[in-house]
Unconditional design. Structure first.
Length: 174
């Protein structure tokens, strides 16, 4: 058993050696005092219209952790516009809908408050399929759950893109 494990361990180590020189660096180097973490903590999310906007703003604020910013002064403003659709798919023989598709798209801009310059203008989106069942309550609950999950997924994509932008050299004041 030991003889079989030794070649495997040597093989894994040999494969790991080239990774040291590939230039990969941790996104959140420096922890909460690192450039990316400080930049994300300095992002203020403006109010977003509607129920999905309320969910999105809360999801973004949870991920950006603005409470960790000393003094609470934002450096950036995040403007988000949402577009959501719920459409029926798959008709049964009695012309009732058997499946729905919920789509959530976000167009967002990261604005430097000091200069008014737009640092990032991008979009993110996700969609989910929902089975329409005989219970109207179950279908409404599934639609609501899909919206909540889509909001979290899109918020994750937005924050990842913001972190990449801040890491690549957007100015972060101390």
């Amino acid at each position: 058993m030991r003889r079989a494990a030794l070649p495997f361990a040597v093989g894994v180590m040999a494969l790991a050696l080239p990774l040291g020189g590939c230039g990969l660096q941790p996104m959140y180097a420096g922890g909460s005092s690192g450039t990316v973490a400080r930049g994300l903590a300095g992002v203020e999310v403006t109010p977003i219209e509607g129920k999905s906007g309320w969910l999105m703003r809360n999801a973004l604020r949870d991920r950006l952790a603005p409470s960790s910013r000393p003094g609470g002064q934002p450096q950036y403003r995040l403007d988000v516009r949402l577009d959501e659709k719920l459409e029926g798919l798959g008709l049964l023989s009695d012309n009732s809908i058997a499946r729905e598709r919920r789509t959530l798209r976000a167009r967002y801009q990261l604005v430097d408050l000091a200069s008014g310059r737009i640092l990032l203008d991008a979009s993110a989106g996700a969609d989910a399929g929902i089975d329409v069942v005989s219970s109207e309550y179950a279908t409404i609950a599934a639609e609501q759950t899909a919206l909540e999950n889509l909001t979290k997924e899109v918020a994750d994509r937005i924050v990842t893109n913001l972190a990449l932008t801040l890491r690549q050299g957007a100015p972060v004041r101390q």
